[in-house]
Ligand binder design. Structure first.
Ligand SMILES: [Cu+2]
Length: 232
């Protein structure tokens, strides 16, 4: 146990990869991405958690000019049902976007049309939007002004300025290994609302290591020193 946590800590230190959490829908957030705007560097992961129940949303890449239309070559999570339609799993799902060009704004929306188009309710978001000009606030306003809701198609992928993890995956105990590594590296579990996943409960050490991912070289060095001491 300790050794695997140590390896995870080392991986976090070496990659310096940051995971940014965005909640998709859910009881608290409603028809929104929360937060709606994220700033992320190349190699960083934006982890979308389809929170439920209930909801059935998408994360679909669009453009500033056409907020509610899938852009050619853009990413598309596809629908991630959480308790909706009835009978589907009520387990939250997660889906990762990895940034490949931090200089380009990434605009996205939810293409769900029921009970009424989520995009027109302002269910849109951005990664690395400019602080002035085409801002996230203007994007949200533009989405709400789209009329009529355009016909929807699947994104053709793989993503513009980003790549994805494939299809959304349910947060289950059997699939927690990878997530566990990510969680330990970033310490963003509490913010994501996924605290019930097994990956969080088994690793009191994870919280300690989490700080190494965000607080810089001194702590990283301390961890390495600790590892060295452990190996002696
Ligand atoms: Cu939606």
């Amino acid at each position: 146990m300790f050794q695997s946590l140590t390896l995870l800590a080392l991986a976090a230190v070496v990659s310096a990869q940051t995971v940014w959490d965005v909640t998709v829908g859910g009881a608290k957030a409603g028809f929104t991405f929360s937060p709606s705007s994220t700033t992320a560097k190349n190699g960083d992961i934006v982890r979308f958690t389809f929170a439920g129940p209930m909801g059935n949303h998408t994360v679909t890449q669009s453009t500033f000019a056409a907020p509610c239309t899938a852009v050619d070559g853009g990413f598309d999570s596809g629908y991630a049902p959480v308790g909706l339609p009835a009978g589907t799993t009520t387990t939250s799902q997660e889906w990762n976007v990895t940034i490949t060009d931090e200089t380009k704004p990434i605009w996205f929306y939810c293409k769900q049309a029921l009970p009424s188009p989520h995009c027109l309710m302002g269910m849109v978001g951005a990664i690395n939007p400019p602080p002035s000009g085409n801002t996230i606030d203007k994007f949200i306003t533009a989405a709400k002004a789209v009329t009529p809701f355009p016909p929807q198609s699947a994104g053709t992928g793989p993503g513009i300025a980003a790549t994805t993890s494939g299809k959304p995956t349910a947060l289950t105990s059997s699939s927690s290994d990878t997530a566990s590594g990510t969680d330990s590296a970033t310490g963003t579990n509490t913010a994501s609302g996924s605290g019930t996943s097994p990956s969080n409960t088994g690793a009191p050490g994870g919280a300690a290591f989490a700080q190494t991912a965000t607080s810089g070289g001194a702590v990283a060095a301390a961890v390495l020193a600790g590892v060295a001491a452990f190996m002696l």
